[in-house]
Design a protein. Structure first.
Length: 299
């Protein structure tokens, strides 16, 4: 009898689902955001389930492993587990937070650390099987250096331009084009009327990274601050885990770190100065691949 294993990465910008049939990977499917901290665990579980059903086209899974934003809290993990186990009866279901699967995608076993920077930001480290995390509190209380953090800094600069506290420059003009606004009231309306303001603001981060790469000084300052925040985030997790001075690898994950930019350059420079023996792993597969490996082990 054929066996189906499903791996899920449920994050702040999208839900990625991959599955294998008798060990052969069949591809990746995408759904809406399933961040339980922002949307609630019940809504997140429904999004995850719908995306799985879309990928499997009516087939029933034998094992599901989910890495979900917000699932570091037992109450969230429990709600997600019960909802998915009820919807996919007979399947073995395991829930971990998204940082765990991001690490295990790049570092399948052993000690290591991961820095995730996408819509949000979190650092996670493991030593001898014990996990240590830093950040990941959501955009209201943290996520400094994340896509949201960079986008919020950019909008703040644009608002300062509108009310006369900052000069109008190329940065403001390009941001206006990207955000499709041309006035203070328009910018405020755009943000406060959006049903998912965190994602809308984070969507401006690639614009800032592109401007910084082209030498724009305002953008470069925002990126420099983001690099400092993300470095501090990862340092805290590494030191909490007792990995400072080790040769355990550091993995980069998330949309902001998926390609080379001023941000990744500054991060690498800072981290190599701080942890010279720890190799940095870039260009890693999507975290759902690590979730799929974990699901296959459940079989």
């Amino acid at each position: 009898m054929s066996r189906i294993a499903v791996g899920v990465d449920a994050g702040g910008s999208k839900t990625a689902v991959t599955y294998s049939l008798d060990g052969r990977c069949k591809g990746v499917w995408y759904g809406d955001s399933a961040n339980a901290t922002v949307r609630g665990a019940e809504s997140a579980s429904d999004t995850i389930a719908v995306t799985i059903e879309h990928a499997l086209e009516g087939a029933l899974p034998d094992a599901i492993f989910v890495g979900a934003a917000g699932a570091g809290r037992d109450s969230v993990a429990g709600t997600l587990h019960d909802a998915l186990a009820s919807r996919f009866r007979g399947a073995r279901v395991e829930i971990r937070d998204d940082a765990y699967i991001a690490l295990r995608t790049a570092v399948p076993e052993g000690d290591g650390a991961v820095l995730i920077a996408g819509t949000g930001a979190i650092a996670y480290a493991e030593k001898d099987g014990a996990g240590f995390r830093s950040g990941g509190y959501g955009y209201l209380f943290g996520d400094s250096g994340s896509g949201f953090g960079i986008g919020a800094a950019a909008i703040d600069r644009l608002l300062r331009t509108y009310d006369g506290r900052a000069p109008r420059d190329a940065f403001a003009e390009e941001l206006e084009t990207a955000f499709a606004v041309n006035s203070l009231s328009g910018a405020l309306q755009k943000v406060y009327s959006d049903p998912s303001p965190g994602r809308a603001i984070a969507a401006l981060a690639p614009v800032v990274l592109d401007l910084a790469g082209r030498g724009d000084r305002t953008a470069a300052k925002i990126v420099q601050q983001a690099a400092a925040e993300l470095t501090d985030l990862l340092k805290a997790a590494i030191k909490s885990a007792g990995l400072a001075g080790s040769n355990a690898p550091i993995a980069f994950s998330g949309g902001l770190l998926g390609s080379s930019s001023l941000l990744t350059y500054l991060l690498e420079t800072r981290l190599l100065n701080e942890f010279p023996a720890m190799p940095i792993l870039k260009d890693n597969p999507e975290p759902c691949a690590g979730a799929l490996r974990a699901a296959e082990r459940l079989l």
